[in-house]
Write a protein that binds this ligand. Structure first.
Ligand code: 6PG
Length: 247
């Protein structure tokens, strides 16, 4: 596993660097396997990337017909909810490009409304796991690229500190959260660490201490620390504000 940090000045430069890297990995994947499988992330930093990919320069470059689009995590909200990661990617990328193979997480069940019963979300986790195994024709799906962000509590995908999902032996976990944030579905470390390439997109001063604690101190309490694709590459694309404690 190789960790590589790419230093950028601004969040827009992070998006540009990520688009370049995705193009490189897409070409490799299509040449070798005829398909490019990517898991998208939620959050404000990936949104800049999606807008970049939908703009003319990259829209004309990518082999969209070879793309299979999945998600690294999703909230238990309706598809058109502003907090939906599907809604984010569809609004800023997928409705603008000719991707045909889109496999969303069916997390739009409502544990909160059904008295907190997580059964529907747990079934959605099992369903997505089976979908991936079928599409990849492999009991352990190996993504070409998995996009990740990192929250201000150190979570990545929807793997939160101290969550039972951190120890899950499944491919997809249902994540019961507190009242302030939506329940989620998330890919587990088994899938993240099987990927050929993981790309962290991180920007902003509020992430600087976390970036230092993960990359310099290897803080085991932070979920992002344990993303180490065994046979793959892990890129950390950082803006100056997020990277300034690394010097
Ligand atoms: C989610 C996201 C999450 C996100 C981080 C960073 O659904 O919560 O996938 O993991 O990537 O919270 O978000 P920002 O890029 O907005 O800081």
């Amino acid at each position: 596993m190789t960790d590589e940090v790419i230093f950028c000045e601004t969040p827009d430069d992070v998006a540009d660097a990520a688009a370049e890297l995705i193009f490189e990995k897409e070409k490799e994947a299509v040449a070798e396997r005829g398909v490019f499988r990517i898991a998208l992330a939620g959050g404000s930093t990936p949104k800049l990337l999606y807008e970049r990919l939908a703009a003319e320069e990259w829209r004309e470059e990518m082999s969209w017909e070879s793309w299979e689009v999945y998600w690294s995590d999703e909230r238990a909200v309706p598809l058109d909810h502003p907090e939906s990661n599907y809604h984010l990617a569809h609004s800023h990328l997928l409705k603008h490009v000719p991707v045909r193979n889109i496999f969303r997480m069916f997390s739009d069940v409502s544990p909160r409304l059904s008295g907190g019963n997580m059964g529907g979300l747990e079934q959605a986790a099992r369903d997505y796991q089976q979908l991936m195994i079928k599409q990849f024709a492999d009991p352990l799906p190996v993504f070409d690229v998995i996009l990740l962000g990192m929250g201000t509590d150190g979570h990545t995908a929807s793997l939160f500190p101290n969550s039972p999902a951190l120890q899950s032996d499944q491919l997809v976990a249902a994540v019961e959260t507190n009242q302030k944030i939506q329940h989620r579905l998330t890919l587990t470390y088994r899938v993240l660490n099987a990927a050929r390439t993981v790309i962290f997109l991180i920007a902003g001063e509020e992430k600087a201490e976390l970036v230092r604690d993960v990359l310099l101190n290897g803080d085991p309490s932070l979920p992002a620390t344990h993303v180490k694709p065994e046979g793959g590459e892990c890129y950390w694309i950082l803006d100056d504000a997020a990277a300034h404690l690394l010097e």
